[in-house]
Design a binder for this molecule. Structure first.
Ligand SMILES: [Zn+2]
Length: 311
């Protein structure tokens, strides 16, 4: 059934839109609404056949998972020291995510909606001992050894007050009942724990591209947040937002430019990502990088990480 009010703040929709499935070029159409109060954009009705839009070749099912390496003792000690110094001088995308948090190597970490568990395996290899993933959509649980596991469970089946860090990396936008999901996260965290939420956000790319903005990703993205709406959601569920880091990149431009030309994000035969160098010159791509950097500085990029604290 079509919802009448905003999932986040309960207000009415001022504008309605129709967006198309373009990652795989299915071009099916879906109705979305823009909230008059919090500004977030959301799908009006969750498709009854939503699994159809997560085929076997969807990215989270095919992600590469690094082999687990139990590092030699001295290396582990050195990594632990670096982690204690808050990752200073470490140039690593995974640690970049954790930079604003004071986390010890013994921290208990849960990656929610982790797919095959690439991120937790990376964290283990960096020196974190207690890492677990959970994903109710994987076909079966995965045991990587060394106590590194991906559970096929609902959050409601997991223990309260158990984790120092929860990670939802580009997961929240796929969830319908966000208030309930974040309440569950709050329950799972220890006092003082952190929930890291990385999501697309409404910024300049939406203003420029509208229905061709690549992060709309209909119908998989149910909710596209604004800064205001994520703050309302955090407040409603007991969290305090500590830091926000804008981390958008050139994808907001080249992906949206493809959609403007009616080109899907993946190739029809192999389902691999569109080879970006085919559609854009090196000069264009470096211009996109630079524009993304400036947008992030001005808090207008189309992706951000929010660090939510259970105080
Ligand atoms: Zn709203």
């Amino acid at each position: 059934m079509e919802i009448q009010n905003c999932r986040i703040c309960g207000d009415v929709f001022t504008a309605k839109f129709v967006f198309r499935e373009m990652m795989f070029g299915m071009r099916d159409e879906f109705g979305y609404g823009e909230c008059s109060n919090c500004g977030c954009i959301q799908i009006l009705e969750v498709p009854h056949d939503i699994e159809k839009y997560y085929p076997d070749y969807y990215v989270s099912f095919t992600q590469e998972v690094p082999e687990l390496k139990r590092l030699p003792f001295l290396k582990r000690i050195a990594n632990a020291q670096r982690i204690k110094r808050k990752y200073k001088n470490l140039d690593d995308h995974t640690l970049e995510l954790l930079k604003p948090i004071a986390l010890v190597p013994g921290a208990k970490i849960l990656d929610i909606g982790c797919g095959r568990g690439g991120l937790i395996c990376n964290l283990f290899n960096l020196g974190f001992e207690h890492v677990t993933g959970v994903d109710k959509f994987i076909s079966q649980p995965i045991d990587y050894g060394h106590n590194v596991m991906v559970l096929k469970k609902e959050l409601s089946e997991l223990q309260s007050d158990a984790y120092d860090l929860l990670i939802m990396h580009h997961v929240l936008e796929h969830i319908d009942d966000q208030v309930n999901e974040l309440k569950e996260c709050f329950r799972l965290l220890k006092k003082g724990g952190v929930l890291l939420v990385a999501i697309p956000v409404i910024g300049t790319a939406w203003d420029i591209y509208k229905e061709n903005w690549v992060q709309l990703d209909a119908p998989r993205h149910f909710v596209l947040h604004t800064i205001k709406s994520i703050n309302i959601l955090a407040e409603k569920t007991g969290f305090k937002i500590g830091h926000t880091v804008f981390d958008s990149n050139a994808f907001q431009f080249w992906g949206s430019e493809l959609y403007k030309k009616d080109i899907p994000l993946t190739l029809p035969d192999t389902h691999e990502w569109y080879p970006v160098e085919r559609g854009f010159t090196a000069e264009q791509l470096s211009k996109f990088d630079e524009e993304a950097r400036v947008l992030n500085e001005n808090k207008k990029g189309d992706a951000a990480r929010f660090y939510l604290y259970k105080k």
